[in-house]
Design a protein around this ligand. Structure first.
Ligand code: ADP
Ligand code: ZN
Ligand code: ZN
Length: 816
């Protein structure tokens, strides 16, 4: 008898054994997908990770339904890496598999497919079976896989569906509501009628009486001769100093025809820049040091000031790898993955750059998966958010982790709760590749590893072009309020600085770590603050919609006119957010063009990029935003950054609060004065003498590091201790309390380690589920493997207690 061992895309820690025929046994390889029945009537796409002849003892092995792949689409290195993730982060291998693959490669019987909108299908590319499915979708907007089974009257339809997805006919239902619309840019080219030379004479004749139209056409010819990339309507209008209505006329006359290209997918016909990149002396030195560290070390930390030109150093190092035909992975926090950066890399590497992140459609992700698998040059460099780590690299030689201190590299929910930086180091090891971590404000952990000689350390202490770091001015809010030198939330000093910048035609960024108009609404009579009914948080006032909203579950209600508790009409808003800052700005600077960037304004189609673009194009003079602003954006006309209130960050109840405040303020400050002129930063705070604020002001990373390290050692936190956080959730308050106590007691009795809790977190109820946490601290010197085994055992016995079975427990290893 012949068997395969497979991973199912479910939250199951075990692998499963299925039967195959002898012929299949010889055909299949690890890393191929098979369709298997599971449970009563479900079908899943499983992954083969082994073959053998050992019949399972506890259950009767079912037969596989079908083999989906001709060749493995997952490599052995990936399988091993995923197993490491499951074991290190204490989650099911099925969770990793499910999280790692684009869902279009994981069809299951419950999958719903629909026809892809706005593509024209050439019916002759479809086989008979494919055509039947296509036709059925003309009648119905979506189909379940088992509907398709009956349409085709055969059991296994996964391959047909997969082919239809590959042919861009179908998409998975979950994507239909997808928010992200890739940006389509409008281009023009000469209508095909004029492609012959004889046509051109006619064309210019025809335009004799229309000077403006003629002007545009001539400009088009000039641009076309000079540049070998598509000519956008925007560019054409700018260069010809004309208007879009004239372009429209030319399109109507069939002189031009318009077409659209998705902006970040423009096909650079290999025109990687001719002017090779020249590194400054400091950059070259850093580059050499990194290379020499790589001779003896796997990981190197590049600590370089904001705007020291780290990106160019990455580019230089990547260049060297490409020359030898190797693959490179460039990881970035999701939000920093803007067209700005992608564009910068494409300037150097042309069409060798593939992009991978959550806003990309499934079909695009599948395409990139295949390119990486085939080692196509089109994806020789992959820029991606943390999930790009799961791609099927086989020839990886360098991983760059940019902004390595960013907490978004750690996945919070769902499992696998992995840290992409740390998982990248393990992955690199398997490939014998090197890892370069880069940041202006490294995480304490990474800097510690560099200090203890585990990683190489390279520092750049000057900005590119010797631009000075911005001058930082602290404004004491207590004093300003006392002297009545405040207009709303703006100190006199900040208003003056803004006035100066605006008068010089320069731009301003204002940072406020909260969105909304004002965090809370309070009754002045009884002190009541409206709370979310489902979550343990106060509601946030959004002036724009005149609503109170919950930022955790999305619940919204109209702003009350009376207190719900005492009916008083004396209601006031307290605290402040981005929206209120924007409102106040409009009053103080009525003529300035003001923009706002936060989760509310960037939600829409291409909201984020739209705002970045208009700021870059100087259509916005003052940009108000949350921490989104801090992420590696490079604007050269910003001369002032204002931090509205530094204290909210400092007093966040978390052991990393000071480290994060330092990083956040330093990064935001770094947006100021990136060109010749020295920039300015105004920080408003009630605590100007706070150590962290002083460290930001003096650009004293080392001071911050030493102080934090000292605290971490005393209070038993990373890098001296590893943390495992257990989060328990249940709708029944008493049951949860009891269960959490049970688990806590078992843990503290069985682990000779500090166990804290069970604690009610600051937000102790979300979406009607109560929350308790337990924190386990494990000294770095304790073997982690056996400790995790013990913890796992206790979790298993917790699950076995019948009255606690419904309590959900999430395990977060190296909680961030
Ligand atoms: P960092 O990532 O360290 O904050 P960047 O890589 O964004 O800094 O560089 C800051 C600015 O300096 C960018 O506008 C970049 O284009 C420019 N720059 C850096 N190095 C060079 C170089 N070698 N040649 C030309 N421009 C450079
Ligand atoms: Zn009241
Ligand atoms: Zn809520």
């Amino acid at each position: 008898m012949h068997f395969v061992e497979v991973i199912l895309p479910l939250s199951l820690a075990k692998t499963f054994t299925y039967r195959v025929s002898e012929a299949e046994f010889h055909f299949v390889k690890n890393g191929m997908r098979v369709v298997v029945p599971f449970g009563k009537s479900k079908m899943y796409t499983a992954l083969i990770i082994g073959k053998h002849q050992n019949e399972p003892l506890l259950y009767e092995a079912k037969e596989i339904d079908q083999i989906l792949d001709e060749n493995p689409i997952v490599t052995q290195i990936q399988i091993t890496h995923w197993q490491w993730i499951a074991s290190y982060y204490m989650c099911a291998i099925g969770d990793v598999y499910r999280g790692a693959m684009p869902s279009a490669l994981l069809l299951e019987s419950e999958t719903i497919v629909s026809q892809k909108q706005s593509v024209i299908i050439e019916e002759n590319i479809l086989s008979d079976e494919e055509y039947l499915v296509y036709q059925a979708l003309q009648q119905q907007s979506s189909l379940r896989i088992h509907d398709i089974t009956s349409i085709l009257n055969k059991k296994n339809v996964f391959p047909v569906i997969q082919r239809l997805i590959d042919k861009n006919v179908l998409v998975l239902q979950e994507e239909v509501q997808e928010l992200y619309k890739p940006k389509w840019v409008r281009y023009v080219r000469l209508h095909s009628r004029y492609h012959s030379d004889s046509g051109l004479g006619d064309l210019l004749d025809a335009l004799k009486g229309a000077a403006k139209q003629r002007e545009i056409v001539l400009t088009y010819f000039q641009l076309n001769a000079k540049e070998n990339h598509p000519i956008s309507v925007k560019q054409l209008i700018e260069v010809a100093n004309s208007s879009s209505s004239i372009v429209k006329v030319l399109i109507e006359k069939e002189i031009f025809e318009e077409y659209f290209i998705q902006e970040d997918r423009i096909n650079f016909q290999g025109n990687a820049q001719e002017a090779a990149l020249e590194l400054s002396k400091a950059q070259q030195q850093a580059c050499d040091q990194i290379t020499s560290h790589f001779e003896t070390k796997e990981v190197c930390l590049l600590h370089g000031l904001t705007s020291s030109g780290k990106t160019e150093i990455y580019i230089k190092l990547i260049e060297e790898q490409l020359a030898s035909g190797k693959q490179v992975l460039y990881l970035l926090p999701e939000i920093a993955l803007t067209t700005q950066l992608v564009g910068r890399l494409r300037t150097y590497f042309g069409d060798k750059v593939g992009v991978y992140h959550s806003k990309y459609s499934n079909n695009e992700r599948v395409e990139l998966w295949k390119q990486v698998l085939e080692q196509s040059t089109k994806a020789q460099i992959v820029i991606g958010a943390r999930s790009a780590l799961f791609l099927p690299f086989s020839n990886l030689s360098l991983i760059v982790v940019d902004e390595e201190h960013e907490q978004t590299f750690k996945q919070v929910d769902p499992a696998p709760r992995y840290h992409a930086r740390d998982a990248a180091i393990v992955l690199a090891n398997a490939h014998k590749a090197k890892v370069l971590l880069g940041s202006a404000t490294p995480s304490i952990e990474s800097y510690f590893n560099a200090q203890s000689d585990k990683y190489g350390l390279v520092e750049i202490t000057e900005r590119y072009g010797n631009v000075q770091l911005p001058e930082i001015e602290l404004v004491d809010l207590k004093d300003s309020y006392f002297r009545k030198k405040m207009t709303g939330h703006f100190s006199e000093a900040l208003i003056e600085a803004i006035t100066t910048s605006l008068s010089l035609g320069e731009q301003v960024i204002l940072f406020q770590n909260r969105r909304g108009y004002s965090p809370i609404m309070e009754c002045l009579t009884c002190g009541n603050v409206p709370h979310c009914q489902q979550c343990d948080v106060s509601l946030t006032y959004h002036q724009h919609k005149n609503q109170l909203r919950c930022h955790y579950c999305g619940y919204a209600m109209a702003k009350p006119t009376q207190c719900h508790s005492c009916s008083s009409i004396d209601l006031a808003t307290k605290g402040f957010g981005t929206e209120q800052i924007e409102q106040e700005l409009i009053t103080i600077f009525p003529d300035a063009k003001i923009g706002r960037m936060d989760q509310d304004t960037t939600r829409g189609k291409f909201g984020f990029e739209k705002i970045i673009d208009s700021f870059k194009n100087q259509e916005i003079q003052i940009l108000v935003g949350t921490q989104m602003l801090a992420k590696g954006l490079d604007f050269n006309n910003v001369s002032l950054v204002g931090i509205m209130n530094a204290d909210t960050m400092l007093y966040h109840p978390d052991f990393r609060a000071f480290e994060r405040s330092f990083q956040m303020m330093t990064q935001v400050a770094g947006r100021s004065g990136r060109s010749e002129k020295r920039g300015k930063v105004v920080i408003q705070t009630y605590n100007p003498n706070h150590n962290t604020i002083q460290q930001v002001t003096n650009n004293d990373y080392i001071g911050m590091y030493k102080e934090q390290l000292y605290d971490r050692q005393i209070y038993k936190y990373p890098p001296y201790f590893r943390l495992i956080k257990l989060t328990l959730k249940h709708r029944d308050f008493d049951k949860l309390k009891e269960g959490a106590m049970w688990l806590y007691q078992v843990m503290s009795q069985n682990l000779a380690l500090p166990v804290l809790g069970p604690e009610e977190p600051p937000i102790s109820r979300i979406r009607n589920e109560y929350i308790r946490t337990i924190l386990i601290k494990i000294p770095q010197t304790t073997p982690i493997g056996s400790t995790k085994k013990t913890i796992q055992k206790m979790l298993t016995s917790f699950e076995a207690v019948s009255q606690y079975r419904a309590i959900k427990v999430a395990v977060n290893v190296d909680y961030y």
